[in-house]
Design a protein around this ligand. Sequence first.
Ligand code: AMP
Ligand code: MG
Length: 403
Amino acid sequence: MLEFDQAQAQLADAAPAPSSSRTETVALAELPGRVLAVDLQATLDLPPADNSAMDGYAIRHADFRPGVRLPIQQRVYAGDMPQPLAPGQATRLFTGSLVPDGADTIVIQEDTREADGHVEILREPTRGEFVRKRGEDTHAGRPLLPAGTLLQAAHVALLASQGLAQAPVYPRLKIGVLTTGDELVPPGAERQPQQIYNSNAGMLGALVQGMGAELRHALHARDNEADLIDALRTLATDCDLVISVGGVSVGERDLVKPAIAALGGDLALWKVRMKPGKPVALANILGKPLVCLPGNPVSSYAVFLLLVTPMLRRMQGRSEIYPPVGRAILRTDRPLQDSREEFVRVQARPLPDGGAELVPYGNQGSHVVSSLPWATGLARLPAGVPVHDGAVVPYYDLRHWLA
Ligand code: AMP
Ligand code: MG
């Protein structure tokens, strides 16, 4: 039996990183959610020139004396090019206006009185005050962003500030999802009493898209080898990563394993000491990785989050593949204990001190779909020891782990 951390690391290590020779150039507006493929350096000093942080007057600090009135040489609006400041004079300017050569201090307008083309300075300014200096944000040649950065609005702002209209990113990872089972019908179809609706197909599609990957195909195969082989072949041909659900335990109709073998795939089936999640399989078919998840919706959700997302992030080229794990206080009305590490669906409730307490969902059965939208994350409980009310436990927040 593999421990959870070991399984997580082995899956991530088995994942191929994207090739640095296959990148795409993408416009700013399309960058959020994409992964930067090269290290970028700044090419501009920012700010590119000294400018004012406030509405006010630019002066030479040496010209200040109590009660001084300086003639206003010029008015400079943001976007104007100023003349050098003449000695003994002031320049009226505004937030973002360039500071004229010769000026070293901005007096904010609240500390002045303007009349008859002069400005009276009512309070002694500090030398250098309210001047945003050229290069104080960044200098040309400095590192801007490293390869592997998941680009978001903040990075778009940084790239735009350097005048970059586009950036090289890795291609969007193409994922194929295969659900299996004779008992399943698609939502919207007519259901016989012996059938259930397929909840995993839509769920996994949404999960992979939520991580910025492309859902290339979602196929369903009945529980027979020929259908499974066909579907797996299509998915492995068109996709970078294939995720199958169900049909991989030891039942008579669990035919995913023979289908993999028929395609010449090698399969590593792992018993991971975690709950939910029984066996998880990793195979290579037609040169592509295939992860096989348990069929129960809660298990496939949890195993996707815990074991597949680090692997997926690595294949996307992201440098951060393990999101942060928090710590919070578990609330339970009875001690919880299992022989395996357990990942319990919980709702985090904020505490007045800024921390959180974790309330488990009442029914932790791995078929209980109603627990999924309720939960804000998973609490990790150690194996083999009772966990009591008030214990501080690791907390996997969905907002981090499904992004
Ligand atoms: P299996 O691993 O195929 O034996 O599936 C385990 C359990 O999960 C069974 O109760 C299946 O009916 C259920 N299951 C498998 N796939 C799905 C699916 N796509 N949607 C909903 N339930 C599923
Ligand atoms: Mg099945």
